[in-house]
Design a protein around this ligand. Structure first.
Ligand code: NAP
Length: 296
């Protein structure tokens, strides 16, 4: 018998934030977690808890899963008793994973009669339910429509990318790839500052405004790749490449790790050898596109 609106499987840092937000918004909520102690505060806020995961699933039409990986999700869900409970329900997979994992999960769900929706969460647990909280979603459209009021409560900025279940994880990887680039770059910058006696406060004061210019720059570079307009530029790829040398030397002189700029320098050296020296820096895309794996 269905008694609730949604069941949350996985109450780690993110799963707890999702369930807490749903409860607060008035959704009848069931929770399940491997470590049962984590359900206590949520039960105090109004959630119901069932020790048996199949029972917890059978209580709601919508099941949200948010655990540490698809392997963990499979361990929990791909059990005959649980698969039987899932039949006819909508499964929202918010665990981060690759396109391959999303495709496999959708095939499995289709075979057992489950509407499969895959999603990626942008932001930290504290942002869940806030105005700028964002989910990237794709998969079964009927399931998405059914879960939309819940999803919009958790993340008002909702991007549904269509019924291909792999789209969300592809977009999520694309999004995180940009974030990682910036994070790794700025951590190198922090190391340079520490090694050379520049305070982080002064670094942020001087360089902070440049972050905004960088966003314009990378936006333009992505468009250049799309338009295949890589040969016109105001600064040659070779000129950019030379500026990696002082970065590597300064890090090295400060006793810091130089792996990241060294890898970038090696990639751009190969790009120059491929005839891209006088192109825009965005031409480094040619070192990443298919067919270049052996050169990296
Ligand atoms: P977490 O705090 O480490 O929680 C992991 C969850 O997985 C817990 O519920 C844990 O259960 C469960 N789990 C792990 N191994 C298990 C097993 N063998 N059997 C059953 N359950 C198991 O991780 P999180 O931060 O909530 O992240 C969950 C997902 O959200 C990840 O895919 C992550 O990439 C994504 N995400 C997180 C954030 C973030 O800021 N935290 C942001 C965006 C996306 P126990 O409590 O029993 O250990």
């Amino acid at each position: 018998m269905i008694i609730a609106d949604v069941t949350f499987i996985g109450l780690g840092l993110m799963g707890t934030a999702l369930a807490r937000t749903a409860i607060k918004a008035g959704f009848e909520t069931v929770v399940w977690n491997r470590t049962p102690e984590k359900v206590v505060p949520l039960v105090e806020q109004g959630a119901r808890y069932f020790e048996n995961v199949a029972k917890a699933i059978s209580e709601s039409p919508i099941i949200v899963v948010c655990v540490s990986g698809y392997d963990v999700s499979d361990t929990i869900l791909r059990v005959p008793e649980v698969e039987a409970a899932l039949k006819g329900r909508t499964l929202i997979q918010l665990t981060s994973g690759s396109t391959r994992l999303a495709r496999n999960a959708a095939l499995w769900a289709g075979a057992i009669g489950v509407r499969y929706v895959d999603g990626g969460i942008e932001g930290y647990p504290a942002t869940i339910g806030k105005d700028d909280s964002m989910f990237i979603i794709s998969g079964d459209e009927q399931g998405y429509q059914q879960a939309q009021p819940l999803l919009r409560t958790l993340a008002p900025v909702l991007h549904y990318l269509g019924d291909d279940p792999t789209r969300a994880s592809a977009m999520y990887s694309a999004m995180l790839s940009g974030s990682f680039g910036l994070i790794f770059g700025v951590m190198n910058a922090v190391a340079i500052c520490e090694a050379t006696g520049i305070s982080i406060e002064q670094y942020l004061q001087v360089v902070g405004p440049v972050f905004k210019t960088d966003i314009d720059l990378v936006t333009e570079m992505a468009q250049k790749c799309d338009e295949d307009n890589l040969d016109k530029t105001e600064a040659y790829l070779s000129v950019w490449n030379e500026t990696l040398v002082p970065i590597i030397e300064t890090l090295s002189d400060g006793g810091c790790n130089t792996e990241l700029p060294t890898l970038m320098h090696e990639m751009l050296n190969r790009a120059e050898k491929e005839g891209l020296a006088k192109h825009d820096l965005a031409a480094l895309i040619e070192m990443i596109r298919p067919g270049k794996t052996d050169k990296i």
